[in-house]
Design a protein around this ligand. Structure first.
Ligand SMILES: Nc1ncnc2c1ncn2[C@@H]1O[C@H](COP(=O)(O)OP(=O)(O)OP(=O)(O)O)[C@@H](O)[C@H]1O
Length: 808
């Protein structure tokens, strides 16, 4: 997990990768814009060496015939009868015939050619830009510093009576531009100059053996050229490998046990129905033949979905019938629509007299929930289905207002879902009929455990439950606690987890050369992967530092991690999505589910700590049938992960290559980064100071607000939480550990608190957090005086700080 560091300034108490309970309540609604991704050419590159291919993956399993009977839904109170299955006659729904055929293209739906889940209106983007204008901006700091230096240089020259040629006005002071802008290949691919080959010569014996071993083991002729890459995932016995084979033996035994449990837990496979179109004809890939309703077909046409993807083909008929299911398919294969379409189809037949919230879709990160909301509203744009997005980091009150209208579907992060469940009278969960857990394996991990328990024990048991992920857990024990009813397991190409169009590349960082990591990255981003690149980091601090390096080198980058406010996070994704910045420097908060069009390359600055996370990260490119590239900088400790990735790719016949970075390029960047060290520190320092200043200003505003709107603030109903602050922090910690696979040993299971204990804890939290609404009138009077005093103090402090800064 990412270690905390005092030097790294936290922007807001919005802590980490997991969605949370709310963060800054004053933040406003989401702002997004439609932007066009830029196409990128993959140049054939002499640094590359193709690793030998393995056997191609086997064909997907054929679906078998299955009963079509839907699951029974819970009895409902009189005024809110249960959802009616498609096909049943419903009063008032005569206009929607479920079996009519709709020819896509017949109707002018205003098809969005380049539909993107993130796209919303441009005006919202402007709003966001206006709101984030107070945030500290690295580019601004760097520009300011550049101008300062330029002016100082000018003044010095004027004083010395020298002329002032125009080029000198562009002097950046951050290293020589000619190095950055040189447009030749710098000897790229000139074998003898490449760092890896130079190193190869004085390599130790062990490494030579490693390469030989690989060449022998492989029947592929190219193997001999791949010594560097091959040694990354060499067959030579290594302590890790011994451990791995022991692990494999163990897992064989476990597999047999799991298979037994699975047979008892899941519905028998033959129950899966063969999709039949009209008149019993077997459907071959069309939404029309699934008997979907007209408004849904129009919505699908509007977003440009003409044919279902394999997971959609499998899922839709079963989910429409109300069955519980567990779905798995590779990244970018259309799982979102696979659960949205059947949900909408079912909702079209709902009784409409009394608005009721019937569907909850839970996502592990805020960005994913926002993205799902956008996709959902677009697909459902020709229906009367209503939505609410309940995402941490945005205004509770605005969300409450939407919930009061009883939207049909809520799309939420678990923390905010519970917050509304507990604190918003307008949100009622007792009539929920469908629950979806997207990225379900993540949601079942530590960190979401208690939140999920809280939700599952509160919502009706008789719901339909659907679970989806690209790396769906096979652990039945984990699934059991979700409380599903004989779920159908739908795995599309279960063995094939990496996508077809993906080329995976590995760069070896030899022992003792780890300090070259950043130089490698800079070379790659300057020369090889120059557009639409997502770079994954393990630590927020490192991502931020590298962002400064990028900015100093004139490379437009955004960063995305849990230390940013929600607005900044949205803004970062938008900026990358629209092409304003070409590089997105992210932690694993962005590794799952983010669907950004035309991401050309994913770079793993450090290999992730689990194969699952690797799959999710690299799955940000090569989505929906496109091609893409993933490049991993792999050091010795990453051996196991790399080996697993290479093995899986080979089994699937996927393209795996190794890259060698020219030594002179690395040396150039090492020197350049060294030259920039002072500047980087200065920028970070300045940023820290500015942030302190803006926090002081924010506190000042809060103090003023407290004075001006005291009565209103205190009259607000008390918010409660099912976990104390301490428990929440522990939960977040567990989440981060689970995400990074670093949870060591057994973590104590959270004991369920009695109602009385919960109340006690809440009361204690209120006291420790200094919540005011429990105090008497006299106390409040005192508090007002204190607040005024505090506000005056902050004001004076801010003035002093601003004055001092201006002076400086
Ligand atoms: N039937 C379809 N026809 C064309 N494009 C589709 C279809 N279904 C989904 N897509 C597109 O495929 C892309 C990936 O879809 P989606 O984000 O649902 O993938 P996913 O399987 O959930 O991926 P991940 O595992 O990374 O979350 C999206 O851009 C979506 O618009």
């Amino acid at each position: 997990m990412a270690p905390k560091d005092d030097d790294f300034v936290f922007t807001i108490d919005d802590d980490d990768v997991v969605s949370d309970d709310g963060g800054a309540e004053d933040l406003q609604e989401i702002a997004k814009l439609a932007g066009k991704g830029q196409k990128r050419k993959h140049t054939e590159d002499p640094d590359l060496h193709v690793l030998p291919k393995g056997a191609p993956s086997k064909k997907a399993k054929k679906e078998k015939k299955k009963g079509k009977k839907g699951k029974e839904v819970s009895p409902e109170p009189e005024e809110e009868p249960e959802m009616i299955q498609p096909g049943e006659d419903v009063e008032g729904n005569d206009d929607i015939a479920s079996d009519f055929e709709f020819a896509v293209g017949d109707i002018d739906t205003g098809v969005v050619d380049d539909f993107d889940g993130w796209g919303l209106s441009a005006e919202k983007q402007e709003e966001a830009a206006a709101r984030t204008s107070t945030a500290v901006d690295i580019d601004e700091i760097i520009d300011r510093r550049r101008n300062k230096k330029t002016n100082a240089a000018k003044r010095a020259k004027e004083e010395a009576g020298e002329s002032d040629p125009e080029e000198e006005a562009d002097f950046t002071g951050f290293g020589e531009d000619d190095e950055l802008l040189a447009d030749d290949g710098f000897g790229m691919g000139a074998g003898s100059d490449s760092e890896s080959e130079a190193e190869e010569e004085d390599d130790d014996e062990e490494d030579e053996k490693a390469s030989d071993g690989e060449a022998d083991a492989s029947e592929d002729e190219d193997a001999a050229d791949d010594s560097d890459a091959a040694s990354v995932a060499s067959e030579t016995v290594h302590p890790d490998d011994v451990q791995q084979s022991e692990d494999e033996e163990m897992s064989d035994k476990e597999d047999a046990e799991e298979a037994k449990k699975a047979a008892a837990f899941f519905a028998p496979e033959e129950e899966e129905p063969v999709k039949k179109g009209k008149k019993g004809a077997k459907s071959i890939g069309s939404f029309q033949s699934m008997s979907l309703s007209r408004p849904i077909l129009r919505g699908l046409a509007a977003v440009g979905f003409t044919e279902p993807t394999p997971i959609q083909m499998k899922t839709i008929p079963i989910a429409v019938a109300g069955r519980d299911l567990v779905g798995g398919a590779e990244t970018g294969s259309g799982k979102t629509a696979a659960f949205l379409i059947p949900i909408f189809e079912r909702l079209l037949y709902r009784p409409k007299k009394v608005p009721t919230t019937r569907v909850a879709i839970l996502m592990p990160t805020r960005e994913l929930a926002v993205q799902c909301f956008n996709v959902a509203t677009k697909i459902a744009s020709f229906t009367d289905i209503t939505f609410a997005q309940m995402v941490g980091g945005f205004s509770m009150r605005e969300q409450e207002a939407v919930l009061r209208t009883r939207p049909d579907v809520v799309i939420a992060t678990p923390g905010r879902f519970i917050d509304h469940m507990t604190n918003s009278a307008s949100f009622q969960v007792e009539h929920l009929e469908i629950l979806v857990l997207d990225e379900a394996d993540r949601m079942l991990e530590e960190g979401f455990e208690s939140q999920l328990n809280e939700i599952l024990t509160t919502i009706p048991k008789s719901r339909q439950t659907m679970l989806f992920s690209a790396t769906m857990t096979s652990s039945v024990d984990k699934l059991v606690r979700i409380g599903m009813d004989k779920p159908v397991r739908l795995m599309v190409d279960a063995k094939k987890q990496t996508v077809k169009g993906l080329t995976q590349e590995f760069i070896r960082l030899r022992l003792g050369k780890e300090d070259r990591r950043l130089a490698y990255l800079m070379y790659l981003c300057e020369k090889i992967y120059t557009e639409r690149v997502i770079i994954f980091f393990r630590q927020k601090k490192e991502a931020h530092r590298v962002r400064v390096v990028f900015a100093l080198c004139g490379m437009k980058a955004s960063e995305l991690h849990g230390n940013m406010s929600q607005e900044q996070r949205i803004q970062a994704v938008e900026s990358f999505r629209s092409g304003t910045s070409q590089y997105l420097l992210a932690t694993d908060v962005a590794s799952r589910g983010l669907d950004i069009k035309n991401v050309a390359t994913v770079i793993n600055y450090e290999a992730p700590q689990s194969h699952e996370i690797y799959l999710h990260r690299v799955g940000r490119t090569a989505r929906a049938g496109r091609s893409g590239r993933a490049c991993t900088l792999a050091a010795e400790p990453d051996r196991k992960i790399v080996k697993q990735a290479v093995k899986t790719s080979r089994e699937q016949g996927a393209k795996v290559v190794s890259r060698q970075v020219p030594a002179e390029e690395t040396d150039k960047w090492i020197q350049k980064i060294k030259d920039l060290e002072d500047e980087i520190e200065e920028v970070l320092k300045e940023e820290k100071e500015e942030r302190v200043l803006s926090i002081t200003e924010r506190d000042l505003k809060r103090g003023e607000n407290l004075i001006n709107h005291e009565d209103e603030i205190k009259s607000r109903p008390k918010r409660t939480w099912f976990e104390s602050e301490k428990e929440k922090a522990a939960e977040r910690e567990k989440g981060a550990q689970a995400l990074n696979n670093t949870a060591g040993g057994s973590i104590k299971k959270k004991q369920k608190l009695s109602h009385k204990d919960k109340k006690k804890l809440e009361a204690k939290d209120d006291r420790t957090e200094g919540k005011q609404w429990k105090k008497g009138k006299a106390d409040r009077g005192m508090t007002t005086a204190k607040s005024k005093e505090k506000a005056a103090h902050i004001k004076a402090k801010t003035k002093k700080a601003v004055h001092g800064k201006r002076k400086a």
